[in-house]
Design a protein around this ligand. Structure first.
Ligand code: BG6
Length: 494
């Protein structure tokens, strides 16, 4: 994550090359890396998918993907270089020799490096069988070069299935070969949480239960399920966003300073936080978790259908498109501080942020009556759309009287309109460089499942009812019942 190491030549094989993730994120990220001259000259990309295409048809597809992604036009010279890297391997269902043929292609194509990255951009249920077939034809052995496998989230559907998946991977792979990706860790502002906390001394004395009232971590999006119902049904917001991305953010906010930023030290500290999350018992699920599903509404002035009317969604589905949790971290630093996490699709705004609310001064000398709500300090770390750091403090209102108002100290360092890399560029480079710092270790994944498993179980039993919320709103109303005090409320806009 820190160094700009040289990258050895390699072949990146993308399973699910024609899928949503590959089209929207991976191929554009690889292209941008080529624009930035960060790919080694001898690096090839092999798309692997169900379609019976040849190399030329695949190149046509990729041109289309890139043209729609970069409407301003593609640099001819870079595009020529990028095209030359592209190869295709059809992997139709039931084809007995597809993996043998892949092995031949990888081993015999002139100019192909023996270093291999296999990227699993497929449905989670397909990971074990693909790995098994790659292992059976010997492609996961590291005889002539290295071999790394990138596994997308969710890693399993609960603790038990994650452990089963892990065991099946260990048949053919050892831990250093496995890169469990959580693309949130590739986002600049998420890494900025580490910089904010550990490159400044200013905040550390305040970063504990003496001064912090509570922490809110939000990811809201205006998009709906976007044709991904086959994946999303039965996964839902809790598994899709909270078990992975939001618990990672929580771990970064709450962890102790690591000894170094090496992959092991960083992950050791994150695991300690996840282990310290107070277990939610099945009886207390309703006090700690709230779910909802979007109904028809208006987004950006246009009517949008409810979740149940999305293609591929069962008419009686209770899959949650919104989830909110209250968690406690039972350790010295955070005892008694609630961490509120929430995420939702078809919400009022696209916004990801960490909002930290401080306690009020011990005597609020400037409050005029007990009825007036306190005006606490906040630190707001915006992840998207803008990368920002804001701090809310109280100042005197100009004039003769001693009244106060909130002033926001705004250090926005990147507006969404400014060009920047997406999370995947850096993470793909890390895989090619063999850097695990921003990838999840299996114990992190397991502890994250332990935190949400009781909720999953209770929600799975409650199949009869789910709260609705109108598309374009800030989620179901009842979610406020999670708050411990009546002066706590969701921060919507920064
Ligand atoms: C993915 C989820 O991991 O993250 C999606 O599967 C979600 O449902 C997405 O929309 C959000 O990530 P980003 O980077 O687009 O904010």
């Amino acid at each position: 994550m820190l160094d700009m190491k040289t990258i050895e030549p390699c072949v990146v094989v993308i399973f699910g090359a024609n899928g949503n993730l590959s089209r929207r994120k991976l191929i554009p990220a690889l292209f941008r890396l080529d624009v930035a001259k960060r790919l080694p000259e001898k690096m090839a990309i092999v798309g692997c998918s169900l379609e019976p295409w040849n190399d030329d048809q695949w190149i046509e597809e990729v041109s289309g993907m890139l043209q729609s992604r970069f409407p301003g036009g593609l640099d001819e010279e870079v595009f020529k270089r990028f095209r030359a890297r592209l190869h295709y391997h059809p992997n139709p269902p039931g084809s007995g020799d597809a993996y043998q043929n892949l092995q031949k292609k990888l081993e015999e194509t002139p100019g192909f490096s023996p270093n291999l990255v296999f990227y699993m951009a497929v449905r989670p249920s397909e990971f074990p069988s693909i790995i098994d077939k790659l292992g059976t034809v010997g492609l996961l052995k590291q005889n002539k070069g290295w071999c790394r496998v990138v596994i997308e989230k969710p890693f399993g559907y609960d603790l038990l299935s994650a452990q089963t998946l892990q065991r099946s991977l260990y048949h053919h792979l050892n831990e250093p070969q496995i890169y469990r990706i959580d693309h949130y860790l590739g986002k600049g502002t998420v890494q900025n949480v580490i910089v904010f906390r550990f490159a400044n001394i200013l905040f550390e004395p305040l970063w504990n239960n003496h001064y912090i009232d509570h922490v809110q971590i939000t990811h809201s999006e205006t998009l709906g399920v976007e044709g991904r119902a086959d994946y999303y049904e039965g996964v839902g917001a809790l598994r899709d966003m909270i078990q992975s991305h939001l618990l990672q953010l929580l771990a970064l906010v709450a962890m102790e300073p690591p000894v170094t930023l090496s992959a092991e030290h960083l992950r050791d500290e994150k695991v300690k936080v996840l282990k310290a999350i107070r277990p939610i018992t099945q009886n207390s699920v309703h006090a700690h978790a709230f779910r909802g599903q979007y109904t028809a509404g208006i987004i950006d002035g246009k009517p949008v259908p409810g979740y149940l009317d999305e293609p591929g969604v069962a008419p009686d589905s209770t899959t949650e498109t919104y989830a909110a949790l209250k968690l406690f971290i039972d350790n010295w630093r955070w005892a008694g501080v609630p961490f509120y996490l929430r995420t939702g699709k078809r919400m009022a705004e696209n916004s990801s942020a960490i909002c930290i609310r401080f306690k009020s001064p011990p005597r609020d000398l400037l409050r005029h009556s007990h009825r007036e709500l306190p005006h606490p300090n906040w630190i707001l770390l915006g992840i998207q759309p803008d990368d920002c750091l804001k701090m809310e403090i109280q100042v005197k209102v100009p004039g003769l009287d001693l009244n106060t108002r909130t002033l926001s100290l705004d250090a926005t360092y990147r507006k969404s309109s400014e060009e920047d890399y997406d999370a995947y560029e850096g993470l793909l480079l890390d895989v090619m460089q063999g850097d695990h710092s921003l990838f999840l270790r299996i114990d992190e994944v397991e502890w994250a499942w332990r935190a949400v498993d009781p909720i999953i179980k209770v929600w799975a039993m409650e199949r009869g009812f789910i709260n609705g919320y109108q598309a374009g709103s800030w989620g179901p109303r009842g979610t406020y019942r999670l708050f411990d005090n009546e002066d706590q409320f969701w921060r919507h806009s920064l």
